[in-house]
Ligand binder design. Sequence first.
Ligand SMILES: [Mg+2]
Length: 188
Amino acid sequence: MSKQYSKLGIDSPSAQTPSNRALFLDRDGILNEDTGYIYLPQQVRFIESTLQVCRYAQSLGYLLIVVSNQSGVARGYFEEQDVVALHQWMKEQLAQRGVDIADFLFCPFHPQALIEAYRVDSPCRKPAPGMIVEAAARHALSLNDSYMVGDKPSDRIQLEGLRSYIVKSVYCQQDYDLETIEQLRTLL
Ligand SMILES: [Mg+2]
Protein backbone atom coordinates (compact mmCIF):
# COMPACT_ATOMS: atom_id res chain seq x y z
CA MET A 1 0.00 0.00 0.00
CA SER A 2 1.60 3.24 -1.08
CA LYS A 3 1.52 6.36 1.02
CA GLN A 4 -0.36 8.06 -1.73
CA TYR A 5 -3.26 5.59 -1.46
CA SER A 6 -3.38 5.63 2.30
CA LYS A 7 -3.44 9.42 2.27
CA LEU A 8 -6.44 9.36 -0.02
CA GLY A 9 -8.13 6.74 2.11
CA ILE A 10 -8.27 4.32 -0.82
CA ASP A 11 -7.30 0.73 -0.18
CA SER A 12 -6.13 -1.67 -2.85
CA PRO A 13 -9.35 -3.69 -3.41
CA SER A 14 -11.30 -0.58 -4.37
CA ALA A 15 -8.58 0.33 -6.86
CA GLN A 16 -9.52 -2.86 -8.72
CA THR A 17 -13.28 -2.30 -8.63
CA PRO A 18 -14.77 -1.87 -12.12
CA SER A 19 -15.09 1.84 -12.64
CA ASN A 20 -15.88 2.52 -16.28
CA ARG A 21 -19.34 3.80 -16.98
CA ALA A 22 -21.38 3.24 -20.08
CA LEU A 23 -24.32 4.63 -21.92
CA PHE A 24 -26.07 1.58 -23.37
CA LEU A 25 -27.98 2.41 -26.51
CA ASP A 26 -30.74 0.50 -28.16
CA ARG A 27 -30.11 0.53 -31.92
CA ASP A 28 -33.29 0.70 -34.03
CA GLY A 29 -35.38 3.67 -32.99
CA ILE A 30 -32.61 5.29 -30.95
CA LEU A 31 -29.36 5.31 -32.93
CA ASN A 32 -31.11 4.99 -36.29
CA GLU A 33 -34.68 5.23 -37.48
CA ASP A 34 -36.60 2.00 -37.02
CA THR A 35 -37.98 1.08 -40.41
CA GLY A 36 -38.10 -2.64 -39.57
CA TYR A 37 -35.52 -5.42 -39.78
CA ILE A 38 -32.66 -3.28 -41.02
CA TYR A 39 -29.59 -5.15 -42.21
CA LEU A 40 -28.13 -3.13 -45.10
CA PRO A 41 -26.21 0.17 -44.92
CA GLN A 42 -28.58 1.84 -47.38
CA GLN A 43 -31.45 1.26 -44.94
CA VAL A 44 -29.74 3.16 -42.12
CA ARG A 45 -30.75 6.71 -41.25
CA PHE A 46 -28.96 7.90 -38.12
CA ILE A 47 -30.90 10.06 -35.68
CA GLU A 48 -28.93 13.28 -35.28
CA SER A 49 -30.39 14.20 -31.89
CA THR A 50 -29.11 10.88 -30.54
CA LEU A 51 -25.67 11.48 -32.02
CA GLN A 52 -25.55 14.82 -30.21
CA VAL A 53 -26.37 13.14 -26.90
CA CYS A 54 -23.74 10.49 -27.67
CA ARG A 55 -21.04 13.12 -28.20
CA TYR A 56 -22.02 14.78 -24.95
CA ALA A 57 -21.98 11.47 -23.02
CA GLN A 58 -18.60 10.70 -24.52
CA SER A 59 -17.25 14.05 -23.33
CA LEU A 60 -18.31 13.06 -19.82
CA GLY A 61 -16.36 9.80 -20.10
CA TYR A 62 -19.17 7.35 -20.86
CA LEU A 63 -18.38 4.42 -23.12
CA LEU A 64 -21.04 4.08 -25.80
CA ILE A 65 -22.26 0.51 -26.16
CA VAL A 66 -25.04 -0.65 -28.47
CA VAL A 67 -27.25 -3.52 -27.26
CA SER A 68 -29.77 -4.71 -29.82
CA ASN A 69 -32.32 -7.50 -30.13
CA GLN A 70 -32.01 -8.74 -33.71
CA SER A 71 -34.76 -11.32 -34.03
CA GLY A 72 -34.55 -10.89 -37.81
CA VAL A 73 -31.84 -13.54 -37.62
CA ALA A 74 -34.15 -15.97 -35.82
CA ARG A 75 -36.92 -15.15 -38.30
CA GLY A 76 -34.66 -15.92 -41.26
CA TYR A 77 -34.69 -12.36 -42.68
CA PHE A 78 -30.89 -12.05 -42.54
CA GLU A 79 -27.89 -13.77 -40.98
CA GLU A 80 -25.65 -13.05 -38.04
CA GLN A 81 -22.81 -12.15 -40.37
CA ASP A 82 -25.02 -9.47 -41.95
CA VAL A 83 -25.52 -7.91 -38.51
CA VAL A 84 -21.79 -8.03 -37.75
CA ALA A 85 -20.99 -6.40 -41.11
CA LEU A 86 -23.64 -3.73 -40.63
CA HIS A 87 -22.29 -2.90 -37.18
CA GLN A 88 -18.78 -2.56 -38.54
CA TRP A 89 -20.10 -0.17 -41.17
CA MET A 90 -22.06 1.78 -38.54
CA LYS A 91 -18.99 2.01 -36.33
CA GLU A 92 -16.98 3.56 -39.17
CA GLN A 93 -19.75 5.95 -40.20
CA LEU A 94 -20.34 7.09 -36.65
CA ALA A 95 -16.61 7.57 -36.00
CA GLN A 96 -16.57 9.99 -38.95
CA ARG A 97 -19.31 11.90 -37.16
CA GLY A 98 -17.41 12.05 -33.89
CA VAL A 99 -19.28 9.22 -32.18
CA ASP A 100 -17.09 6.32 -31.05
CA ILE A 101 -19.04 3.16 -30.30
CA ALA A 102 -16.96 1.03 -27.94
CA ASP A 103 -18.91 -2.16 -28.62
CA PHE A 104 -21.94 -3.60 -30.37
CA LEU A 105 -23.76 -6.57 -28.85
CA PHE A 106 -26.82 -8.19 -30.35
CA CYS A 107 -29.15 -11.07 -29.58
CA PRO A 108 -30.16 -13.15 -32.63
CA PHE A 109 -32.53 -15.46 -30.70
CA HIS A 110 -36.29 -15.49 -30.37
CA PRO A 111 -38.52 -17.95 -28.51
CA GLN A 112 -40.80 -18.39 -31.56
CA ALA A 113 -38.02 -18.40 -34.15
CA LEU A 114 -38.64 -19.82 -37.58
CA ILE A 115 -35.09 -21.18 -37.58
CA GLU A 116 -34.76 -23.91 -35.01
CA ALA A 117 -31.16 -23.11 -34.09
CA TYR A 118 -32.31 -19.68 -32.89
CA ARG A 119 -35.52 -20.82 -31.15
CA VAL A 120 -34.32 -20.06 -27.67
CA ASP A 121 -35.69 -18.03 -24.78
CA SER A 122 -32.30 -16.41 -24.47
CA PRO A 123 -30.99 -14.68 -21.33
CA CYS A 124 -29.48 -12.16 -23.78
CA ARG A 125 -32.77 -11.03 -25.27
CA LYS A 126 -33.83 -7.73 -23.75
CA PRO A 127 -35.35 -7.10 -21.24
CA ALA A 128 -33.15 -9.92 -19.89
CA PRO A 129 -29.77 -8.50 -18.93
CA GLY A 130 -27.39 -10.92 -20.69
CA MET A 131 -25.86 -8.43 -23.11
CA ILE A 132 -25.38 -5.85 -20.36
CA VAL A 133 -23.70 -8.41 -18.09
CA GLU A 134 -21.40 -9.46 -20.92
CA ALA A 135 -20.49 -5.86 -21.76
CA ALA A 136 -19.84 -5.10 -18.10
CA ALA A 137 -17.33 -7.94 -17.96
CA ARG A 138 -15.64 -6.93 -21.22
CA HIS A 139 -15.28 -3.28 -20.31
CA ALA A 140 -14.98 -3.33 -16.49
CA LEU A 141 -18.18 -1.34 -16.10
CA SER A 142 -19.75 -0.08 -12.95
CA LEU A 143 -23.42 -0.60 -13.77
CA ASN A 144 -24.55 1.66 -10.95
CA ASP A 145 -22.92 4.51 -12.86
CA SER A 146 -24.24 3.43 -16.25
CA TYR A 147 -27.51 4.00 -18.11
CA MET A 148 -29.61 2.26 -20.74
CA VAL A 149 -31.74 4.17 -23.22
CA GLY A 150 -34.28 2.62 -25.58
CA ASP A 151 -37.62 3.11 -27.28
CA LYS A 152 -39.55 -0.04 -26.32
CA PRO A 153 -40.76 -1.44 -23.00
CA SER A 154 -38.28 -4.31 -23.52
CA ASP A 155 -35.44 -1.80 -23.23
CA ARG A 156 -36.21 -1.53 -19.53
CA ILE A 157 -33.49 -3.98 -18.56
CA GLN A 158 -34.29 -6.35 -15.72
CA LEU A 159 -31.12 -5.70 -13.78
CA GLU A 160 -30.88 -4.14 -10.37
CA GLY A 161 -28.54 -1.18 -10.24
CA LEU A 162 -28.81 -0.22 -13.91
CA ARG A 163 -31.13 2.67 -14.65
CA SER A 164 -33.06 2.36 -17.90
CA TYR A 165 -34.79 5.25 -19.62
CA ILE A 166 -37.44 4.77 -22.28
CA VAL A 167 -38.02 7.52 -24.83
CA LYS A 168 -41.57 8.12 -26.01
CA SER A 169 -42.11 6.33 -29.33
CA VAL A 170 -44.71 4.56 -31.45
CA TYR A 171 -43.95 1.50 -29.33
CA CYS A 172 -44.21 3.28 -26.03
CA GLN A 173 -46.94 5.91 -25.69
CA GLN A 174 -47.29 5.37 -21.96
CA ASP A 175 -44.89 4.60 -19.15
CA TYR A 176 -42.02 6.29 -20.93
CA ASP A 177 -39.39 8.30 -19.05
CA LEU A 178 -38.32 10.87 -21.63
CA GLU A 179 -40.36 12.88 -24.14
CA THR A 180 -37.26 13.19 -26.32
CA ILE A 181 -33.75 11.79 -26.27
CA GLU A 182 -32.36 15.28 -25.61
CA GLN A 183 -33.74 15.04 -22.08
CA LEU A 184 -31.18 12.36 -21.35
CA ARG A 185 -28.49 15.06 -21.20
CA THR A 186 -29.78 16.38 -17.91
CA LEU A 187 -29.70 12.90 -16.35
CA LEU A 188 -26.10 11.94 -17.19
MG1 LIG B 1 -35.65 0.03 -30.53
